[in-house]
Design a protein around this ligand. Structure first.
Ligand SMILES: Cc1ncc(CN)c(N)n1
Length: 231
């Protein structure tokens, strides 16, 4: 009886596997995006990377805050700890490397202050808060997952050939690193765990939150590539 149960469980597709399958066309568009292709070839204009970094700073600040807020709503001690650590940027070297990028590209505090948040960055962040405040911690966690998982897959793909531009190579290394890969795997496990506790309707909503984040991830590249403005 137990072996039948275990066999069935083994054959069951996890919620994150389903999300991953459904988001595959959007992720493929990210992999193929000119921003990513040019980052790898080294032809991405520095100005475009600067634009991306400034918008991503806003994104990452809120991303950290969301970790904190989601953790506050949950009771599982290990999930809480992972999210609190994530809020402080302890899982990977992303925060450190970004500070180095800002210095190297002379992005000043003043420039950051006077740069308006672009539409897609604003919409992506608003979407994640919406999933938490109008939805649930599980949906918000699902909305955070593509941020880990998509970047980890991009890092793994791009690291094979690397980039001739030092700063782009460092960017690639961050997302292929053991720390980032480990954090990604932990976040996948967290969403699976929350998914196991969810009823079918909540599962569906977690899935939608993941797909929407994948959509905003794709358009983040386009936003930076086209230096998106409000008007
Ligand atoms: C928009 C976005 N998505 C994901 C990551 C990777 N943490 C990022 N830096 N920015």
């Amino acid at each position: 009886m137990i072996s039948v149960y275990l066999k069935r469980r083994k054959n069951m597709v996890s919620i994150t596997q389903k999300m991953h399958q459904q988001a595959a066309p959007l992720w493929q568009e990210s992999f193929d995006h000119p921003f990513i292709k040019e980052l790898a070839s080294g032809s991405l204009p520095t100005d475009t990377f600067r634009y991306y970094l400034k918008q991503d700073r806003y994104y990452l600040e809120n991303f950290g805050d969301l970790h904190q807020q989601i953790a506050d709503h949950l009771s599982d001690a290990s999930i809480k700890q992972f999210l609190y650590d994530g809020a402080q940027g302890l899982h990977d070297d992303e925060a450190t490397i970004r500070r180095e990028f800002f210095q190297e590209l002379s992005i000043t505090t003043d420039e950051i202050k006077t740069t308006p948040i672009a539409p897609n960055a604003y919409n992506y962040v608003s979407h994640m808060y919406h999933e938490l405040n109008e939805g649930s911690p599980a949906r918000a966690a699902a909305a955070l997952l593509p941020c880990y998982w998509l970047y980890n897959e991009i890092g793994k793909k791009l690291v094979k050939n690397g980039s001739p531009v030092k700063i782009y190579q460092q960017f690639i290394n961050t997302y292929d690193s053991n720390g980032f890969t480990d954090a990604t795997n932990q976040m996948i496990n967290i969403v699976d765990k929350l998914g196991e506790q969810a009823d079918p309707d909540e599962k569906q909503k977690m899935n939608t939150a993941f797909i929407r984040s994948s959509y905003y991830e794709l358009h983040f590249w386009g936003m930076a590539y086209n230096h998106q403005k409000w008007a």
